[in-house]
Design a protein around this ligand. Structure first.
Ligand SMILES: NC(=O)C1=CN([C@@H]2O[C@H](COP(=O)(O)OP(=O)(O)OC[C@H]3O[C@@H](n4cnc5c(N)ncnc54)[C@H](OP(=O)(O)O)[C@@H]3O)[C@@H](O)[C@H]2O)C=CC1
Ligand SMILES: CCCCCCCCCCCCCCCC(=O)OCC(=O)COP(=O)(O)O
Length: 303
């Protein structure tokens, strides 16, 4: 009887210890971010803009990049009206024009941006992206090329530009903003979902290559988010779709995604999916029961 009670007590103490260690691991240390240099692509709108606010408020130096300088300046001005969290000193944001689809120049352009911001880079948020609405049969090949350039090769080129700096300083964090569509393909999104699947594979491959350099790689996969994404989506002939889809309008607030991006850095998460339960279920169905997934997707197809 005495031995059983002792064994139960020891078991209970071990359980408490494990719970304590787990809670410590999950407890975000926001001070970790203070003074870090964070480069954000697509910072003029939506998720990128929301990330700029979160990292700025945590005391980071945010380097805001996109093609639209006027919009970036507006983001910078709004940031400067903010107070920082944790009572830390704010660092003036920087604004730089960067077109991630200008593939042959992106590496050099990003290196110039890093040098102009002090020659140091701690965190990169590869967020710039464009979506698509159309049918494969009627879509010009140039549209596939454009979506892949912005969403995939753009992220690869920015990553390649920052890696030498991170290797040299023996640390860094690269975050790819993917999508649920990097896990499952849906109809009428062929180039978009292909680009997001490519990114997922790229980061999964890169993660193990750079781990020994103390460089962390996270992929954040959102479901629908209320941004301009459907508006600027490309169509079959390369023109913009120009509409706010109902799915987008009813999507999550970009701040929610930005909060998970911050957590992915602080908690060094390899992958986070920020989506409703039924989206996560379809990802599992694709793995476990592919024929059910094929049937579900056929039902979603407008022909
Ligand atoms: N909204 C959603 O439902 C979801 C979005 N995502 C992903 O989130 C990311 C951000 O999109 P989101 O905020 O929703 O959409 P927005 O359209 O609001 O923002 C897209 C951003 O990307 C920038 N961008 C587009 N093309 C280029 C380019 N060639 N070079 C540089 N920047 C570019 C735009 O800046 P500018 O025009 O100033 O250059 C803009 O800042 C994308 O990767 C998207 O795939 C993932 C899942 C769901
Ligand atoms: C047996 C039970 C099955 C439950 C079935 C539910 C069926 C729902 C299908 C859901 C498909 C998931 C789509 C997810 C799409 C998504 O969230 O993508 C995020 C984006 O990147 C959005 O970009 P877009 O340009 O497509 O707006």
């Amino acid at each position: 009887m005495f031995e059983i009670a002792t064994a139960l007590l020891i078991g209970f103490i071990i359980l408490l210890l494990l719970l304590f260690l787990h809670a410590r691991k999950q407890n975000p240390d926001y001070f970790f971010l203070v003074g870090k240099v964070v480069l954000i692509t697509g910072a003029s709108s939506g998720i990128g803009r929301a990330c700029s606010f979160k990292f700025y408020r945590h005391g980071c130096k945010v380097v805001l990049c996109s093609r639209n300088k006027a919009e970036l300046i507006k983001v910078k001005e709004s940031l400067e009206l903010q107070t920082t969290a944790l009572g830390v000193k704010a660092i003036t944001p920087e604004v730089h024009i960067l077109d991630v689809s200008d593939i042959s120049h992106v590496e050099k352009n990003v290196q110039n941006i890093i040098e102009a911001s002090g020659g140091k880079i701690d965190i990169v948020i590869n967020n710039a992206g464009v979506s698509y609405r159309g049918h494969v049969t009627s879509t010009q090949l140039e549209v596939f090329q454009k979506v892949m350039d912005v969403n995939f090769l753009g992220q690869v080129a920015v990553t390649k530009a920052v890696l030498p700096y991170m290797v040299k300083s023996n640390g860094g964090h690269i975050i790819g903003i993917g999508s649920v569509q990097g896990k499952i393909a849906v109809p009428h999104r062929a180039p978009y979902t292909a680009s997001k699947h490519a990114c997922q594979a790229f980061y999964d491959s890169l993660r193990s290559e750079v781990a020994h350099n103390n460089i962390h790689v996270s992929v954040v996969n959102p479901g629908y988010v209320k941004t301009n994404l459907s508006h600027s989506a490309l169509t079959d002939d390369g023109s913009s779709y120009g509409k706010l889809d109902e799915t987008t309008a009813k999507g999550l607030h970009p701040d929610v995604i930005a909060k998970f991006v911050v957590h992915s850095v602080i908690l060094k998460k390899k992958e986070i999916m920020v989506a409703p339960f039924h989206h996560k279920l379809v990802v599992w169905i694709r793995l476990i029961c592919p024929n059910l997934y094929f049937w579900l997707m056929k039902k979603r197809t407008n022909v």
